[in-house]
Design a protein around this ligand. Structure first.
Ligand SMILES: [Zn+2]
Length: 307
């Protein structure tokens, strides 16, 4: 290459760098997402990468699965900057303590102070009798720090509330976070939209071929709100037609919303008409024979709604 052509090449390269600085989205096209599909509770974690840095969303319920997820992230040889927790349920946040120790430079973040409070409250609930035959007790490392338990998990200082409703990866690519939802599957929920991926991450507004969790404090009213919010989210994103990633189960397209609304209607009808829990279980399993978590999510949801 002659001196003139190498000068042109150099100019071309610096122009590209300038363009990347000016139009970040053009250079974040290679934002990618990888799903880690957990075994326990069929819960998903998502690893976002732009080739320069990583963000993980939700970190599993079982420590050995969190460890597997951490190993996958470490093998990418890129800095993990953020651990985003979508909402305050143990299947999404239990791995926090392991991640905090494995990746001390990564910040554990949530989209609102209310979600940080939900996480701590759910940890306390799980530690004081919330466990069931299907769900194990809280990891001891997540017992809240207190005068009696000075080595406990310091929720207030270890979990950071993001200052705005976006999370931009080091090196480009922005995740848009939405939290203005009414209490549904959880008291507060974060959904994530990525323009670069044209993908919508529903957290636990979304279930695909997995029975919905309607146990604990999820009342009839909250189920109805869940349905309303699904209809709203569907219309908000309809024109974009994104790929849809649920918190539980495989990715889908926008038709997942209608499937989920139908499930909610069926669950509501079956559990209000059933004479017994066994009858409700059988009817739901007959309607949704290929759905996972019948002996966990469906069982405790039916127990909660058929007295
Ligand atoms: Zn979940």
């Amino acid at each position: 290459m002659g001196p003139l052509r190498s000068l042109q090449a150099l100019l071309g390269a610096s122009l590209l760098v300038l363009a990347c600085g000016a139009i970040q989205s053009a250079c974040a096209q290679d934002l990618q997402v990888e799903i880690y599909k957990g075994g326990f509770a069929t819960v998903n974690s998502f690893i976002f990468s732009n080739g320069k840095s990583l963000v993980v969303m939700d970190v599993q319920r079982k420590t050995h699965e969190s460890q597997k997820l951490a190993d996958i992230i470490r093998a990418k040889n890129l800095p993990l900057t953020h651990i985003l927790i979508s909402h305050g349920h143990t299947d999404h946040f239990t791995g926090m303590d392991l991640f905090h120790k494995e990746f001390p430079d990564a910040q554990i973040v949530v989209a609102s102070d209310a979600i940080r409070r939900d996480i701590k409250n759910y940890a306390i609930y799980m530690d004081s009798g919330g466990e069931t035959g299907a769900e194990p007790a809280l990891e001891p490392a997540l017992r809240p720090r207190s005068a009696e338990n000075p080595d406990g998990f310091d929720y207030e200082n270890t979990i950071h509330v993001l200052p705005g409703n976006t999370l931009t990866l080091d090196g480009g690519g922005t995740l848009e976070l939405t939290t203005d939802y009414e209490p549904a599957e959880a008291p507060h929920m974060t959904t994530v939209y990525s323009r670069d991926l044209n993908s919508l991450f529903l957290a636990d507004f979304g279930y695909n071929k997995v029975h919905f969790w309607m146990g604990d404090d999820i009342s009839r009213e909250r189920i109805a709100t869940w349905r309303e919010e699904l209809a709203k989210i569907k219309s908000r994103y309809a024109a974009l037609n994104p790929k849809v990633y649920p918190g539980h189960g495989d990715p889908a397209d926008m038709t997942l919303f209608d499937t989920m609304i139908r499930y909610i209607d069926d669950f509501t009808r079956v559990t209000s008409e059933a004479k017994s829990r066994e009858e409700a279980m059988q009817k739901m399993m007959a309607l949704y024979p290929d759905y996972g978590q019948a002996d966990f999510f469906l069982k405790y949801s039916v127990e909660n709604h058929v007295k």
